[in-house]
Design a protein. Structure first.
Length: 555
């Protein structure tokens, strides 16, 4: 972990109190900053967005907006027409066929975020991209550093159907209290930030001011997750159109800021204690501490799996959430919904965000020296893995379970999803065997993940599982409460098959002599399950496991 400068444009770790990522302005870029700044002060958001959108489809140089303009864009993204249609229409009266201001803001923010994700920070050398990175990092440090995460009012000792208690309370900070001061520190002497005069965007407080209030940052996340599976139109649109994409962008930026911190700001100390201490102050650790301030992996799971159908420890009671902005839980009288979202789509979007945040936690913990733990958050990798696996094993809705594990981008989840699949499978097997005869001898722990990149050993381990009876009840019949666990176990195993093929190849697996032994063992296991189901009185079907395995293997 180096403490050297990233490039000639920013200094990295230094003793002068200068922001490690700060990139100084040229006269040309200062002019661009001031031009975009003036558009913000005039509330001319259409022209502002048009100036930034022109570069999206071109291959020319990047137009870099200043940090205050980016913060205005983030706030503008919260001005959804579903509850702010009159204000949006009044600001942009001639918008007939174009996208709404909030959608355009998100598109520009995504464009910039993707540029930074593709940028190789260690090679450096591109002034515009490092200047852009600097502007976003100023915002990230402000949001994480200014956040007060007190848990007051977040938990109520009552039980509702999905463990969520909705209130109409919305925190508001008076403009008089913040008059004359900016919600984000300006590191440039030559540039005057518009945040000193601009406190609201079309009636909404600046996001930095809003999230600085006690408990508001965690409420934003919980509000999003609790509404991401909602049937109520206003609540779902609030999550889908505003907060899901905005939090995804924020998480990406926080991870980028964390990577910069790890690579260029950590000291060169060989002392694991010092490294752990410094990692505890990283941007990602600060962000996760907002969610996991109780230092309990179980409570982190409770937050991240909010509104999912599973059995959780109700000693925490209901989690209370409220709208981030006033009236965003109510449809505007002039708003007409034009899109209906199916359940599978809602699950896909919701679980993608949950996986992203959970993955960032595993990323942080993977960087902690062996035998050490962070000061904050205190959870260890093993504890987090156990808590999440136990929670997933308790899912009652098979569609929610499948949506969590099935992802189209295997590479982004490679470092934690196979671990969760094996951990959940182990928990399910324990529960399944506990429901059978006591004399049954289990084969736990599993040895699938440690052999994931070794085709021969992986196939041998899987074959052994099926020969022993993979979720085949010893009492010769299947009970209704076992069906869901059987399907969940199959999903976990299929996920590990996908990653085994991703790390090796389908052709390598098919050409291995053990592959035929595996498919034969799976076929016999399916027959034993069908026989057990026929002997039960259930009028239900159980999907076979052999067809999807053959499909994954392309046989």
């Amino acid at each position: 972990m180096a403490g050297t400068a990233v490039s000639r444009f920013c200094r990295g770790r230094n003793e002068d109190g200068v922001l490690p990522y700060l990139v100084e302005l040229t006269s040309d870029h200062l002019f661009t900053f001031e031009m975009l700044n003036s558009m913000c002060l005039l509330d001319n958001y259409d022209h502002l967005l048009f100036a930034l959108e022109c570069q999206i489809s071109s291959s020319g140089s990047v137009v870099v907006p200043p940090f205050d303009v980016l913060l205005v864009l983030m706030t503008l993204a919260t001005v959804s027409e579903h509850y702010k249609e009159p204000a949006s229409r009044a600001n942009d009266p001639y918008n007939v066929s174009r996208s709404k201001l909030s959608h355009r803001s998100l598109k520009v923010l995504r464009f910039y975020t993707e540029l930074l994700k593709q940028y190789d920070a260690e090679s450096g050398g591109q002034y515009e991209l490092e200047l852009l990175r600097c502007q976003f990092f100023i915002i990230v440090d402000s949001l994480i550093g200014n956040t007060r995460w007190g848990r007051t009012g977040r938990v109520k000792r009552r039980r509702t159907e999905n463990g969520v208690s909705y209130t109409s309370f919305v925190s508001e900070s008076s403009d008089s209290e913040s008059a004359g001061e900016s919600s984000v520190d300006n590191p440039y002497r030559s540039y005057m930030s518009c945040l000193e005069r601009k406190k609201r965007v079309l009636g909404n407080e600046l996001l930095s001011t809003k999230l600085k209030a006690p408990g508001e940052f965690i409420n934003m996340i919980l509000w999003t997750l609790s509404n991401s599976l909602q049937e109520n139109t206003a609540l779902y649109i609030s999550s889908h159109d505003i907060w899901l994409p905005l939090i995804e962008i924020l998480v990406d930026l926080i991870v980028l800021r964390h990577d910069f911190y790890v690579n260029f700001e950590l000291s060169k100390s060989a002392d694991d204690r010092v490294v752990s201490q410094e990692l505890s102050e990283s941007p990602l650790a600060s962000f996760l501490h907002i969610i996991d301030s109780s230092h309990s992996g179980a409570f982190f799971c409770r937050c991240l799996l909010l509104a999912c159908d599973y059995s959780y420890d109700d000693s925490y009671g209901d989690i209370e959430v409220h709208p981030v902005f006033h009236n965003e839980n109510v449809l505007s009288k002039t708003y007409v919904p034009r899109t209906t979202y199916c359940k599978s789509y809602k699950l896909k979007r919701s679980m993608s965000l949950r996986r992203g945040i959970i993955g960032s936690y595993f990323k942080l913990l993977s960087e902690v020296p062996a035998g050490r733990r962070l000061i904050k958050p205190r959870c260890t990798a093993d504890q987090l893995l156990e808590d999440i696996s136990n929670s997933l094993a308790k899912f009652k809705n098979i569609d929610e379970f499948r949506a969590f594990f099935i992802t189209g981008d295997l590479s982004s989840a490679l470092y934690f999803m196979p671990l969760l699949a094996e951990g959940t499978l182990g928990r399910l097997l324990e529960d399944f065997r506990e429901s059978g005869p006591r004399e049954l001898d289990g084969r736990l722990p599993l040895a699938l993940i440690e052999n994931l990149d070794d085709v021969d050993k992986f196939l041998r381990e899987c074959t052994s599982l099926f020969r022993d009876g993979f979720f085949v009840p010893q009492q010769k019949e299947i009970h209704e409460n076992q069906l869901t666990n059987i399907m969940k176990g199959d999903i976990c195993l299929l996920v590990m098959f996908q990653y085994a093929i991703y790390l090796n190849s389908a052709s390598e697996m098919k050409s291995n002599p053990r592959c035929n032994e595996l498919t034969t063992a799976v076929y016999r296991n399916d027959k034993r399950r069908k026989k057990a189901l026929m002997q039960s009185s259930l009028d239900l079907s159980l999907p076979l496991l052999r067809p999807p395995i053959l499909k994954i293997l392309k046989m």
